[in-house]
Design a binder for this molecule. Structure first.
Ligand code: NAD
Length: 323
C-alpha cells in the first residue's frame, strides 16, 4: 500500500486514527462525537499493519496487537499510541518515548473486576468447589474436604490499587493481613490494620495464602523463588492475578508436591501454557488456571474504553489538534 508523507499541520479533519483490535462501541461514539474519523480494522494482521502504519498519527490497540520496535519504526507519522487496557506489556514504551510518541492507557479501570476474581480464586484454592462441581456433573457425589480462610494469614505481595482492595475484603473474611511492597507502605497499611513486612522472606514464612498484585516488567526476575518454596508453610495457597513472572514456575513444579502447595492463577508464563514444565504444572491437580479473565467483565471493559478515550482526546489536543 502506498504510504503518505504527512506534514506537521494536523487538524481534526486530516487526523488519521487507526483502531487495530475489537473495541467497545463507546470509544467509537466518543471519538465520533468529537468529529474524529476512525479507521476501524479490528482484525488487521501484522503484515498489513506494518504496511499501513506510516499513514497514521494515532494507533489504538488492546492486547492482540503488539506495538513493538518494528511497528514504531515503520510508523514514522505516529504521535500517539493508545492502549485500551490497564498495562503496557504489548507496547515498546522505551522506543515510543525515544521518538517522542505519547502513550495513553487506562490504569485502574479494571481494579474491582480483578479484586473480585482474586477472591474467587482464593476460595477455589481453599475449597474444592471446581473439583466438586466436576464430580457431580460426571455422576459422583462424594464429600471433599477443604480449609477455612477465616483465622488464616494472607500475605499480599504488591500493595497497590488491587492489593489494597483485596486486603480489605480479606479483613472482612476475618483473615490476618500482612503486606510487602518495594515502596514504603508502612503508614497506609497500619492505618487500615494491615501489617507491613520488610522482606518477601518474612511474608512467605508467615502466610497461609499468598496473593500477588505486582506490576513487574516482562524481563523481571521472579520475586518468589526456590528458596521461598522451601520456607513456605505446608499447604500454602498461591493466588496470582497479576504477572506470572512474579513466581518461579519451574521451581514451583519441583516443590508443589513436597510442600503440598496450591496455585490458583489467572496468568501464566506463556498463555496458553507452552513449555513442558508449564504444561506439567497446568495439569497438576493442585493447579487451577483461568484464561486471563481478570478484566473481562462488562463493567471493566466499558470503563477501560471510556478512560482510554478520555486520555486519548486529551493527548490529541496536546499535540495541537483542536476538538
Ligand atoms: P498498582 O501499580 O496499583 O500496584 C502494584 C504494586 O506492586 C505497587 O505498589 C508496586 O510498588 C508494587 N511492586 C512492584 N514491584 C514489586 C516487587 N518486586 N515486590 C513487591 N511489590 C512490587 O497496580 P494494580 O492496578 O494494583 O495492578 C496490579 C497487577 O494486576 C498489575 O500487574 C496488573 O497488570 C494486574 N492486573 C491483571 C488483571 C488480569 O486480567 N488478571 C486485571 C487487572 C490488573
Amino acid at each position: 500500500m502506498e504510504t503518505i508523507e504527512r506534514g506537521s499541520s494536523i487538524n481534526k479533519e486530516n487526523l488519521k486514527l487507526l483502531i487495530t483490535d475489537p473495541m467497545d462501541n463507546v470509544m467509537l461514539q466518543m471519538l465520533q462525537e468529537r468529529g474524529i474519523k476512525v479507521d476501524y480494522k479490528p482484525e488487521i494482521d501484522r503484515n498489513s499493519l506494518l504496511n499501513e502504519i506510516s499513514n497514521y498519527d494515532v494507533v489504538v490497540v488492546r492486547s492482540r496487537t503488539k506495538v513493538d520496535k518494528e511497528i514504531i519504526e515503520r510508523g514514522k507519522n505516529l504521535k500517539i499510541i493508545a492502549r485500551a487496557g490497564i498495562g503496557l506489556d504489548n507496547i515498546d514504551v522505551d522506543e515510543a518515548e525515544k521518538r517522542g510518541i505519547k502513550i495513553v492507557y487506562a490504569p485502574g479501570a479494571s481494579t474491582d473486576s480483578a479484586v473480585e476474581l482474586t477472591i474467587g480464586l482464593m476460595i477455589l484454592g481453599a475449597r474444592p468447589i471446581f473439583q466438586g462441581i466436576s464430580m457431580v456433573k460426571s455422576g459422583s457425589f462424594k464429600k471433599l474436604p477443604g480449609v477455612e480462610l477465616a483465622g488464616k494469614t494472607i500475605g499480599i505481595v504488591g500493595f497497590g490499587r488491587i492489593g489494597t482492595k483485596v486486603a480489605r475484603v480479606c479483613q472482612a473474611l476475618d483473615m490476618k493481613v500482612i503486606a510487602y511492597d518495594v515502596v514504603d507502605i508502612k503508614e497506609r497499611a497500619q492505618k487500615m490494620g494491615v501489617i507491613p513486612v520488610n522482606t518477601i522472606d518474612e511474608l512467605v514464612r508467615e502466610s497461609n495464602v499468598i496473593s500477588f498484585h505486582v506490576t513487574v516488567g516482562n524481563d523481571a526476575k521472579p520475586i518468589v523463588t526456590e528458596e521461598h518454596f522451601r520456607q513456605m508453610k505446608e499447604g500454602t495457597i498461591l493466588v496470582n492475578t497479576s504477572r506470572a513472572i512474579a513466581i518461579d514456575g519451574k521451581a514451583l513444579l519441583k516443590y508443589i508436591d513436597e510442600r503440598k502447595l496450591t496455585l490458583v492463577t489467572d496468568v501464566f508464563w506463556h498463555e496458553p501454557p507452552k513449555e513442558d514444565w508449564e504444561i506439567q504444572l497446568a495439569r497438576h491437580d493442585r493447579v487451577l488456571i483461568t484464561p486471563h479473565i481478570g478484566a473481562q467483565t462488562k463493567e471493566a471493559q466499558y470503563r477501560v474504553a471510556v478512560m482510554t478515550t478520555k486520555n486519548l482526546i486529551q493527548a490529541i489536543q496536546e499535540i495541537g489538534v483542536s476538538l
